[in-house]
Write a protein that binds this ligand. Structure first.
Ligand code: SF4
Length: 237
């Protein structure tokens, strides 16, 4: 009997290589460096707001933080880390158990599913160790480029990109560091403006500035020295 042809399509989709990063013009980089220095002076304690003690915990917390406040994530994660502290334990846990641990965050059903699948893949493919490359991290369920950047930068001190969330995007635009709204384009602009070693800290600094002054609504535009020097919103009067 003739062999039946497989109807399964091979995944022939090739990932496009990232375009080569071209540095921004020197004058723009110098301006960016001055803004960075001001931010550093103002927020010397800037750091990752997600409480964690190892890369796996940070990965879990970051997956949970999508469209959710870091404050709420930090309330939920101690329960998860106490009950399911390793990828092996999370992979073996019932979905219902994981759901009961995360049901205070939004999209909890989906996030619980992703956490279980992420832990399973970590165990199957990486011996339960969080990988240290962008390519491997974005393969994990629930983890896209932003999550990978958070984990690489904060858990491994590897600067592969800049974490761009809504706050970073808003403040970068207001400070004239980008003209774009698309997070990918904003990230490329920031990478072109700032030296690689500063990429991880840059997003913390911008987030701290967002909390202190550059709020989404009712920004304290005229009261801040950094703003008065570098943002047209504050330089109007
Ligand atoms: S002047 Fe206002 S809008 Fe501009 S960076 Fe400062 S707080 Fe944000």
């Amino acid at each position: 009997m003739a062999k039946k042809k497989s109807t399964k399509k091979k995944n022939t989709k090739r990932k496009r290589p990232e375009p080569k990063l071209v540095k921004a013009p020197e004058a723009e980089r110098r301006r960016a460096a001055r803004i960075y220095k001001k931010l550093q002076d103002k927020y010397p304690d800037a750091h990752c707001a997600l409480i964690h003690s190892n890369p796996f915990e940070l990965l879990v917390a970051t997956i949970l933080s999508a469209q959710c406040t870091d404050v709420l994530v930090n309330k939920v994660t101690p329960g998860i880390f106490a009950k399911l502290p390793t990828p092996q334990m999370m992979a073996k846990a019932d979905l219902a158990t994981i759901e009961s641990l995360v049901n205070r965050v939004n999209f909890w059903r989906n996030k619980a599913k992703n956490l279980k699948a992420m832990a399973e893949l970590l165990v199957e493919k990486h011996d339960g160790v969080v990988p240290q490359t962008m390519e491997e991290l974005i393969e994990l369920p629930g983890a896209a480029r932003k999550t990978a950047n958070v984990v690489l930068g904060n858990a491994f001190n590897i600067n592969t990109g800049v974490v761009v969330d809504t706050h970073v995007g808003r403040i970068a635009k207001r400070l004239g560091l980008t003209k774009h709204d698309d997070p990918k384009k904003i990230e490329r602009d920031l990478m072109a403006l700032f030296p690689r070693k500063n990429w991880c800290m840059l997003s913390h600094l911008l987030i701290y500035h967002g909390r202190a002054a550059c709020k989404a609504r009712h920004a304290l535009c005229h009261e801040d020295d950094l703003c008065r020097t570098y943002c047209s919103n504050a330089k109007m009067d």
